[in-house]
Ligand binder design. Sequence first.
Ligand SMILES: Nc1ncnc2c1ncn2[C@@H]1O[C@H](COP(=O)(O)OP(=O)(O)OP(=O)(O)O)[C@@H](O)[C@H]1O
Length: 311
Amino acid sequence: MSIVATGITKRFGSFVALEDVDLDVRSGGLTALLGPSGGGKSTLLRIIGGLEDADVGSVRINGVDSTRIPAQRRNVGFVFQHYAAFKHMSVYRNVAFGLEIRKRPKAEIRARVDELLDLVHLAQFADRMPAQLSGGQRQRMALARALAVEPSVLLLDEPFGALDATVRKELRDWLRRLHDQVRVTTVFVTHDQQEALEVADEIVVINAGRIEQAGQPDELYDKPASDFVMRFLGPVTTLHGRLVRPHDIEVFGAAVEGAVQAQVARVQRVGFEVRAELELAGQTPWVQLTRGQAEALELAPGRGVWVRSPR
Ligand SMILES: Nc1ncnc2c1ncn2[C@@H]1O[C@H](COP(=O)(O)OP(=O)(O)OP(=O)(O)O)[C@@H](O)[C@H]1O
């Protein structure tokens, strides 16, 4: 089920939240809307889902013009950062809810809910109440509930935003695997570039109401269309007046062709990597090396090295 949003403009009073935005999400993909806070990601997601109306523009879901179709009839599943579970219902009933109000046969509901609880690894918690789950388990329940009614598209707004770093990391791996299994067209909002790079097939970078660039993760990382995208997707430093990735700078212990001499100002170890701040003709670029590279170069403050910028 593809999603095509065309010429979307949305204002709140005189504030322009989205300006003439075009988005094309292919069927079965996992697409991240990535960008800084306030850029318009959630607004775009809400417009796709029908929770918000665009002032101008249209939304087509699987070829059908959905612009005027209310949210309940768009057949989309939503998961938000702070998921509103039914507190007085068990995990099982929370997941079954959408099917029960659609008056599906009991046996069918049971089979579907069991299958979903297996899928989100919550089968053993079916009888618990939401308050007895961890944050990560609750978000998995939310995913199961959203998937229960077989939505044509799944819209996730910072689904792991409220969880700590370790659980976030676990859930991203899990979401990737889950998506490989169910293949439902999914759009998720995140401001975390690592999350987008690890999980998404396609990343759409949104800033100040506009799309900066859309493409596959590697494409955006290797060929950013603007300094903004380059900065947003990973660490950068300036060498010879040009924005480059610190790990793309080559460092040598002796003069080689195309390299210029610099002096090591500071060396910092961060886990498995080493960052060295250099002094080079009044500039202070920094480079990122492996521990092995740093040891081979005997990197230490005051040492002279030769650096070559990436092509
Ligand atoms: N209902 C509203 N009324 C007024 N302004 C709004 C409304 N909803 C959103 N905005 C404004 O529109 C802009 C875009 O908001 P949006 O939530 O889409 O951004 P975002 O990129 O998702 O950011 P975040 O990650 O912080 O949620 C923000 O400046 C926000 O304050």
